[in-house]
Write a protein that binds this ligand. Structure first.
Ligand code: GLP
Length: 243
């Protein structure tokens, strides 16, 4: 199988389509290992998973999850941390056991050791069955910025100026915004059995073009998905407008 492209009308349809993939996965395998993402794109997909869980269509009781990335220097209780985001947007509303939800530890004393441990935790869980991704305007996945090694594993990454600016909207003007992250590597992401990337809006159109039609290159980290056997890109018309 190769990269599959699904083009839908708008972000509402994208979220519904993406949620359905996850619901089907959980109905097939209740103890699935999910790879999860932050950013604004997956929020409505998460809302649909919460609704499906409340309606009794799916249970998360046996699920384990691993998030892609976290800001280095923020503890989980910090409102800007991705751990906090995930609790607020998803975990607090599901029947999931939070002990089985993993986010890279932004407050680790030894971040390099924490990266190795995260890889071991993923392996111990049996690997990721299905990985959800958004995409940065510069083609980043997780916090794998352009120039990231295509075989890279979980590690500390410096954020680019563009990404810091894109994410500044979540921070107050005088608030500390981290410039470092812990992120799964591109190799880590490619190890997931299935990958689902969501992209909506005109601002993502160039990154999607480079991902699908560009060269396989570290200058567009998402282009590495061209190597994956089971990757699906779920796009709205605006994000697909340069294909
Ligand atoms: C952040 C995250 C990525 C995410 C990207 C796009 O930088 N680390 O995982 O895909 O932003 O975010 P948004 O969905 O808000 O456009």
């Amino acid at each position: 199988q190769i990269m599959q492209i699904v083009i839908l009308k708008d972000s509402v349809e994208v979220a519904a389509y993406g949620a359905n993939i996850f619901i089907k996965q959980l109905q097939k395998k209740a103890d699935s290992v999910l790879g999860l993402a932050t950013g604004s794109t997956p929020v409505s997909l998460y809302q649909q998973l919460i609704a499906a869980n409340k309606a009794g269509e799916v249970s998360f009781a046996k699920v384990t999850s691993f998030n892609l990335d976290e800001y280095l220097g923020l503890e989980g209780a910090h409102p800007q941390s991705y751990r906090y985001f995930m609790n607020q947007q998803l975990f607090d509303h599901l029947d999931i056991d939070t002990a089985n939800t993993f986010v890279p530890p932004g407050d680790a004393d030894d971040p390099i050791e924490a990266c190795e441990r995260y890889e071991m935790q993923i392996a111990a869980a049996g690997g990721i069955d299905i990985q959800l991704l958004g995409i940065g305007r510069n083609g980043h996945i997780g916090f794998n910025e352009p120039s990231s090694g295509l075989m890279s594993r979980t590690r500390v990454k410096t954020l680019t100026k563009a990404t810091i600016e894109d994410n500044a909207r979540f921070f107050a003007t005088d608030e500390y915004q981290p410039h470092l992250s812990i992120t799964m590597g591109i190799g880590t992401i490619l190890d997931a059995k299935k990958v689902v990337l969501l992209a909506t809006g005109e601002a993502k159109a160039e990154a999607i073009r480079a991902t699908v039609e560009g060269a396989l290159s570290a200058s567009c980290p998402a282009s590495a998905l061209q190597l994956h056997r089971d990757a699906v890109l779920v796009l709205d018309e605006a994000a697909a407008s340069q294909l």
